[in-house]
Each structure stands twice: as structure tokens, then as C-alpha cells.
Design a protein around this ligand. Structure first.
Ligand code: LIP
Length: 283
């Protein structure tokens, strides 16, 4: 009998599992939101909060994933840490856009990615790459899915990403960290980049930002400081729509830097961001 690690993996089936659970958990956290949300704790700073709903959502997601895939691993933003034997590790952000969720703003979602650590092209800075994933945005009832080589979709409709366009007419999304030191650095960078683009959007959820990019509702995105659970599923959704995702100076994208856009736009954005960070270091 094959061991779990030897059983061939069907990426589309993994995407279907991620989609079913992301939607189910997303519907539940939206209902909880309507009843009221309480902060359970803070993390890297007083602005970096976790709600009881984050913890419940992660627990429900882990339980549902392991019920379907008992030999898999699970890693979650709120502390889930399950080792597996199958070679598949699920990376979960139970509520990406937690501050939006806390305030009742619509840009939040459940992000679930099935990842492998095989070093193949597309491997992120954290050493993993998603082969299937789903992001569900409950307020919009939009379910984004993708699997390796299978394309990406929103509510079953194929996504083709943003058109290539010069940076000066590109609508750019970004995000900021939770610590004063990181935000000071990011303020300097955005001061350099803002004059070069059409406009900036800061929507508060990396997963949602990258899904909007895949849907062609944004032209570009960059952020420094993201964690694997913020980006794992949405990077695959973006890549499968034709979006290029890169780090700085050939490094693997991830926490150090994540830049995403249509290929030529991405090259222009990479140059602008690199120049901005170089000027920071020169100060
Ligand atoms: C958020 C990211 C967002 C970033 C925020 C925060 P969380 O994740 O999705 O892009 O700018 O600072 O990290 O904390 O809501 O899961």
C-alpha cells in the first residue's frame, strides 16, 4: 500500500478542498462579525491584533483539513503547527485583513494553500510553493481558486490578470507593517513611488490585493513584511492568471519583498522600488 507521501497528488482536488473549507469558514466568520468582534490579544505591536474569530476560524479550518487529509501538515497564522507525512503542508490565514474585520470594513478573507517544499520554480522565500489554493472574501461572496498549471478562477470564471501598462498609468496596491520602524521605512519608499504611478490603494489584505490583481482590478502590488500565510494562496492565484511575482534583485519573493504585476509592469515597478530602497540606505 502506498505511503501517504507516495500517493500521487491531484492539485485540482486540493484546490476543491481549500475552496470548500474557505467558503464554509468565511460564511461563519461573517456571521460572527455581524454579532460583534472582540480582540483576543495583540502580537508584534498594539496595532497588530488577533480576534477570537481569527482563532476560531483557524481551529475550524485545521479540523476540516485534517478530516479530509489526515496525513498532511498544517501551519497557521494564529499558531497552528501540525507536522505531516504526505509532503503537503496547508498554510492558513484564517482571516487575512484582521484589522478590516475588526472595524467592519469589507476587505478580509480566508486564505488556504496546499504547499510543497520541493524547490521547484515558484518556490517562495520561506522555501515553500503553493500547488493549490483558495481565498474567499465573504462580504463580496467571491471565491478565488487556483491549482498548479490549472489556471485561476473567481466563482468559476477564469482570471486573466491585468494588462501590461506603463507604471505611470498603473493602479498600485501596497500595505504597511505594524511597527513604527517598519512604517517609517515604508513611508519613505511610498513617497518615492507614489509620483511614478496612477494612484495607490491600501486595502489592508495582501490576499485580497493579489486576488484583485489576478482579476485585473489592480495593475500592480508590492509589499515588504508579508508572512507565508498572507500570500501563499493568493500568489498562486495571481501567477496562474499570468501575473509575474518577484523579489528584489533576483531573490525569491516573500517577506523581504513581494512585487506582482504583468511582466513588463513588474520590471518597471521592481526598478522603482529598488531605487527607493537604495535611497533609504543612502540616507
Ligand atoms: C495583513 C496583510 C496586509 C498587511 C497588514 C497585515 P493580517 O495580514 O494581509 O497586506 O499590510 O499589515 O499583515 O495581519 O490581517 O492577517
Amino acid at each position: 500500500m502506498n505511503s501517504a507521501a507516495e500517493t500521487p497528488v491531484n492539485a485540482q482536488e486540493l484546490a476543491e478542498i481549500a475552496a470548500e473549507i474557505a467558503r464554509s469558514v468565511g460564511v461563519q466568520i461573517r456571521a460572527i462579525r455581524a454579532e460583534g468582534v472582540e480582540v483576543a490579544d495583540t502580537k508584534s505591536s498594539s496595532a497588530d491584533v488577533v480576534t477570537y474569530a481569527d482563532r476560531l476560524a483557524e481551529s475550524l479550518t485545521q479540523e476540516a483539513l485534517l478530516a479530509r487529509r489526515p496525513h498532511d501538515g498544517v501551519v497557521g497564522e494564529e499558531g497552528a503547527q501540525v507536522s505531516g507525512t504526505s509532503g503537503i503542508t496547508w498554510v492558513v490565514d484564517p482571516i487575512d485583513g484582521t484589522v478590516n474585520y475588526l472595524y467592519g470594513l469589507p476587505f478580509y478573507g480566508v486564505s488556504i494553500a496546499a504547499t510543497v517544499a520541493d524547490g521547484a520554480p515558484g518556490t517562495m522565500e520561506d522555501g515553500r510553493r503553493a500547488i493549490a489554493g483558495a481565498v474567499y472574501l465573504p462580504v463580496f461572496d467571491e471565491l478565488f481558486t487556483a491549482w498548479d498549471g490549472g489556471g485561476s478562477y473567481v466563482n468559476g470564471e477564469s482570471l486573466t490578470g491585468p494588462a501590461t501598462k506603463p507604471l505611470d498609468v498603473a493602479l498600485l496596491a501596497t500595505g504597511f507593517g505594524y511597527t513604527r520602524e517598519r512604517r517609517t521605512e515604508q513611508a519613505h519608499v511610498i513617497q518615492q513611488v507614489l509620483p511614478l504611478v496612477r494612484d495607490i490603494r491600501r486595502m489592508g489584505s495582501a490576499a485580497a490585493d493579489l486576488c484583485m490583481l489576478a482579476a485585473g482590478r489592480l495593475d500592480a502590488y508590492f509589499e515588504r513584511g508579508l508572512k507565508p500565510w498572507d500570500y501563499a494562496a493568493a500568489v498562486l492565484i495571481a501567477r496562474e492568471s499570468g501575473v509575474q511575482v518577484l523579489g528584489l534583485e533576483g531573490a525569491a519573493p516573500g517577506e523581504s519583498m513581494l512585487i506582482a504585476a504583468a511582466p513588463n509592469t513588474a520590471s518597471e515597478l521592481h526598478a522603482a522600488v529598488q531605487t527607493a530602497y537604495n535611497s533609504l540606505e543612502a540616507e
